[in-house]
Design a protein around this ligand. Structure first.
Ligand code: ADP
Ligand code: MG
Length: 590
């Protein structure tokens, strides 16, 4: 929660700017995030971490020698965009390749993968390691579905130390994977967090209860119980962690790194009290604490919660964990002062080094573009108005089993797309270029899983239009079909998984059928949007099989999928203009 009046829209970037000013010995601002003040030596592997903001010291706080070379910083609780990943990666890379290491969340996975693709096009060798330490988020036999929480520190630290030691990209990747495979975490939460500028918490935990396994963004816990004294909580966490000793760890290996992490509003004295009980439990189990950290390592704004992580060491992991590091939030051992570091504070304007810069907006002249293009822009403006009006409703739907950011992400996405579209028209661009560039902007500014998917959808539609001779019913239906294919290829969802695909497929099918049957384009669009809306509502009866909502599927029964609803609302708004029969938008969902 914030105490000063705050504009949520640029709170995260203000915080990052200020963070950079507060740590002038360590970091510089780049477009998309932060990098080390002094570049990594030529030929060294660059470890790049990142994710949504709101988790300090993850991720920007871990940028420094012996740790990450850069961090890609998204908005509060929203994954950074592929463009940001690309720009930070470009700013970091010095010939040794890049390891992108981040928590395993669908949005982060999509954007980091797309960013990696763009970096590879520049000839850079890029590897990805997604951290999957959270035992609560999926069963042990499906580690690829587990999300990353505080145990990520071990992975970033070991990868960073390996890179600092001059190991090559293969070795750094192997060690990061090994550290991840040997790290497990489990957390409990006592109360939710409040987004900047909001007055109500994003989620709550009933008084005197604790949610076991609640996620960093308030993804609901797997079970809930009464709060218990420190000894009992320590026993609960240690028992479950030790019960899942990774198969590859031989019984003879008993040395671990222990992290006890406060999530924001579980403060130091209480952490220490709990740590004592944890140490006693580990000792009783015959586990040797080779090293430990007790403090705030990955937070969730002001959430009251605590997590325990254990990484099972072997010789090489222990050496790398113990190696020196010097970042704003994590230091150990001694590095000599880097010769390139300036002695005093650096003026703000010098804290920005150029990565590959984002496009600068061109001024928009009224009336530019063809009539068709102006009409398309008008439809996008209608979508913007609709999404602003629906922002809270969509956020509420996403909070049922996800992280509550969907309304905000959609508004940011359409606004980015709109200003890019206006720019394209002002520059005399084609309709195809308009869609492609709007898609890039949506992905860049919308963030989250849905941002990447909407961005991909618009880009695919634009590419399809580019290959058509004329803009008519057939080519528009083909563009929508291409958008559907792109969403399914990127997100791997199929109809019935309770995602936006469930609303997009009926739109595409009905539009194609209407055009085939000789309906007017407007008529076919209206009918298709109505079919999409009906299908979106019907997702209430489905169980999610993908994305953030999956671990808590049963909670979402009875509630429609937020991404399906936002898509249907957008399509209704885009196709509504000029038809009095459908001129009012549906009432908000209860
Ligand atoms: P995040 O889950 O990263 O916070 P948003 O909240 O913006 O992203 O969007 C959530 C929506 O994204 C879901 O309601 C769903 O419709 C859609 N979604 C999530 N994962 C997928 C996927 N793999 N394929 C298609 N759509 C998805
Ligand atoms: Mg979300």
């Amino acid at each position: 929660m914030t105490h000063l009046p705050t504009d949520p829209a640029d709170f995260a970037s203000q915080a990052i700017d200020g963070f950079v000013q507060a740590h002038p010995r360590h970091v510089r601002r780049v477009d998309g995030g932060v990098v080390r003040l002094a570049p990594i030596p030529a030929g060294q592997v660059g470890v790049v971490t990142g994710g949504g903001s709101g988790h300090y010291p993850a991720f920007a706080g871990l940028v420094g020698r012996g740790l990450a070379a850069g961090a890609v910083c998204g908005n509060i609780f929203a994954s950074p965009s592929a463009g940001q990943v690309y720009r930070v990666g470009s700013a970091v890379e010095r010939g040794g390749g890049l390891l992108l290491a981040f928590g395993n969340y669908a949005g982060d996975m999509l954007h980091f993968s797309l960013g990696a693709e763009r970096l590879r096009h520049q000839g850079i060798d890029v590897r990805i390691v997604a951290v999957t330490d959270d035992m609560a988020s999926a069963p042990a036999d499906q580690p690829e579905l587990r999300r990353g929480i505080a145990g990520g520190l071990v992975v970033y630290k070991i990868a960073g130390a390996a890179a600092e030691a001059g190991l090559d990209l293969d070795a750094v990747e192997r060690l990061a994977r090994k550290a991840n495979g040997r790290t497990r975490s489990l957390g409990v939460a006592f109360s939710g967090c409040t987004l900047p500028g909001a007055s109500e918490p994003l989620f709550t935990v009933p008084q005197q209860r604790m949610a076991i396994g609640m996620g960093l963004h308030g993804e609901p816990g797997l079970s809930e119980g009464p709060i218990v004294p420190a000894q009992e909580l320590a026993a609960l966490l240690v028992d479950r962690l030790l019960a899942e000793r990774p198969a590859e760890v031989p019984q003879s290996q008993q040395r671990v790194v222990v992290l006890l992490n406060g999530l924001g509003n579980f403060k130091y004295e209480e952490l220490f009290a709990l740590f004592g009980a944890v140490a006693a439990e580990l000792d009783a189990a015959g586990v040797v604490m080779a090293d430990c950290e007790c403090g705030e390592l990955v937070t969730s704004l002001d959430m009251a919660g605590v997590s325990l992580s254990v990484c099972w060491l072997d010789g090489e992991l222990e050496l790398l964990w113990m190696a020196a590091a010097d970042s704003p939030a994590y230091r150990r051992g001694v590095f000599e002062r880097h010769p390139e570091a300036p002695a005093g504070a650096v003026p703000a304007e010098e804290l920005t080094v150029p990565g590959a810069p984002a496009a600068t907006p061109r001024p928009v002249t009224a009336g530019s573009g063809t009539a068709d293009q102006q009409a398309l822009l008008e439809r996008m403006r209608a979508v913007e108005r609709e999404l602003i009006q629906r922002q809270e409703e969509l956020g509420g739907l996403d909070a049922v089993a996800g992280d509550g950011d969907h309304g905000l992400g959609m508004v940011r996405g359409i606004q980015g797309a709109l200003s890019s579209a206006a720019n394209t028209l002002a520059g005399g661009g084609s309709t195809a270029a308009l869609l492609i560039e709007a898609g890039e902007a949506w992905s860049d500014q919308g963030g989250g899983t849905s941002g990447a998917l909407w961005g991909g959808a618009l880009m695919a539609a634009g590419q399809q239009i580019a290959s058509a001779d004329t803009l008519d019913g057939d080519s528009i239906a083909a563009a929508v079909a291409a958008a559907l294919q792109a969403v399914m290829a990127l997100g791997k969802a199929v109809p019935g998984d309770k995602t936006m695909v469930d609303a997009l497929q009926p739109f595409s099918d009905r539009l194609g059928a209407g055009v085939q049957a000789g309906e007017s384009l407007e008529q076919a669009l209206h009918q298709a949007a109505a079919a999409s809306f009906e299908a979106a509502l019907a997702t209430a009866q489905l169980l999610p099989r993908l994305g953030r909502a999956r671990p808590h599927g049963e909670r979402s029964l009875g509630h429609p999928d937020p991404g399906a609803m936002s898509l249907a609302y957008s399509l209704m708004a885009a196709t509504r203009s000029g038809d009095p029969a459908v001129s009012s938008s549906p009432p908000p969902l209860p």
